[in-house]
Design a protein around this ligand. Structure first.
Ligand code: AMP
Length: 280
C-alpha cells in the first residue's frame, strides 16, 4: 500500500495508477477503522481493481461542542488493517491544509432542507461540512466509484444528490450496515461506551426491528412511533429522533404502505450519540 500525506504525493501516485487498467474506487473515512469500514473496501473490490482509502477527521463536520479533539485516532492500527485488506493507496493528509489549501477558496456546499432535518437538526452545519469535504475529495481524487455505508443513511442520500449534480461521472455504492453480535451498528464512537452501555445500545436496533414488524402488520404509525420513543426512554436511551421516511428521506404520508421505507433513530447514551436505521 502506498501511503500519501500531501497533495503532491497523492497526485503523483494517482498519475502512476492511472496507467494501470481497471476502475479506481474511493472509500472516505475518518479512521479508527472497524469491520464496517473494511466491508466498504470488500464491496469496492467487487467493482474496482484499484482501491484508495482516505483517513481525515474533517473539522468542518463537527459542531463547536462536539468531539473533534477527542475523536478516536489510531493511525498505526488503521494502516495495518488497510494493508491486510490489500488497499492500494491511503491518503492520510498530514494536516488540514492538504485538503483545504489556503491558496484556494473553500467551496462550501449547502446541504439544503434535508441537511437540517433528522441528524442535521441536532447537528446544525454538520452535513454542509460533510458535503464540503466529500466534494473536495472527489475533486482531488476523481475516482470512478465511491463507497458509503448505509449506517449513515442521511449522509449517503445527501452525497448522492450532491454527486448527481457536481460529479455525475462517479458511481456511488451503498454498503450494508455491519453490526456486532448483539445488533449494535459498528461505529468509531462505540469506543466511548462500556460493555454495559453497548448492551443497552443494542435496544436501538431492537426498537427499529420491532417498528418495522409493526409497520408491516399495518399498525398505526403514530402508535409505532410513540411505542418506540417510550421503549427507548425505558432503556435509558434518550431519543434525539425516531422517524419513518421513504427511502429518499421524504416524509411519509400516514396511509402510504407502498414503496421502500426506512426507520431511522438517533439516541444519546452517556453523552454519546448513536444512530441506526433499517431500510425495508
Ligand atoms: P466514518 O469513518 O465514520 O466517517 O465512516 C466512513 C464510512 O464508513 C461511511 O461511509 C460510513 O457510513 C461507513 N460505516 C461506518 N460504520 C459502518 C457500519 N457499521 N457498517 C457499514 N458502513 C459503516
Amino acid at each position: 500500500m502506498i501511503i500519501t500525506r500531501t497533495r503532491e504525493e497523492l497526485y503523483k501516485t494517482l498519475e502512476a495508477f492511472s496507467k494501470r487498467p481497471g476502475k479506481l474506487a474511493l472509500i472516505p473515512t475518518m479512521g479508527n477503522l472497524h469491520d464496517g469500514h473494511l466491508s466498504l473496501i470488500k464491496l469496492a473490490k467487487l467493482k474496482a481493481s484499484k482501491i484508495i482509502t482516505t483517513i481525515f477527521v474533517n473539522p468542518l463536520q463537527f459542531g463547536k461542542n462536539e468531539d473533534f479533539k477527542k475523536y478516536p485516532r489510531s493511525e498505526k492500527l488503521d494502516i495495518e488493517k488497510l494493508k491486510e485488506e490489500h488497499c492500494d493507496i491511503l491518503f492520510i493528509p498530514r494536516n488540514g491544509e492538504e485538503v483545504f489549501s489556503k491558496h484556494e477558496k473553500v467551496k462550501t456546499l449547502d446541504s439544503g432542507t434535508l441537511g437540517s432535518e433528522l441528524c442535521g437538526k441536532i447537528r446544525p452545519g454538520h452535513f454542509d461540512g460533510v458535503l464540503t469535504v466529500v466534494n473536495k475529495l472527489f475533486e482531488l481524487i476523481n475516482p470512478n466509484i465511491a463507497v458509503f455505508g448505509a449506517k449513515d443513511y442521511q449522509q449517503q442520500i445527501l452525497i448522492r444528490k450532491m454527486a448527481k449534480s457536481l460529479h455525475p461521472q462517479i458511481s456511488l455504492l451503498k454498503a450494508p450496515i455491519i453490526r456486532s453480535k448483539n445488533g449494535v451498528a459498528l461505529s468509531s464512537r462505540n469506543n466511548y461506551l462500556s460493555e454495559k452501555e453497548l448492551d443497552i445500545a443494542a435496544n436501538l436496533f431492537k426498537c427499529l426491528q420491532n417498528s418495522v414488524n409493526s409497520y408491516k402488520k399495518r399498525k398505526q404509525l403514530n402508535e409505532i412511533l410513540n411505542n418506540a420513543n417510550s421503549f427507548l426512554v425505558s432503556k435509558n436511551l434518550m431519543p434525539d429522533y425516531f422517524e419513518l421516511r421513504d427511502s429518499e428521506l421524504n416524509l411519509v404520508s400516514k396511509d402510504n404502505f407502498e414503496g421502500r421505507k426506512v426507520f431511522l433513530g438517533s439516541v444519546t447514551i452517556n453523552n454519546t450519540r448513536l444512530i441506526d436505521n433499517i431500510e425495508f
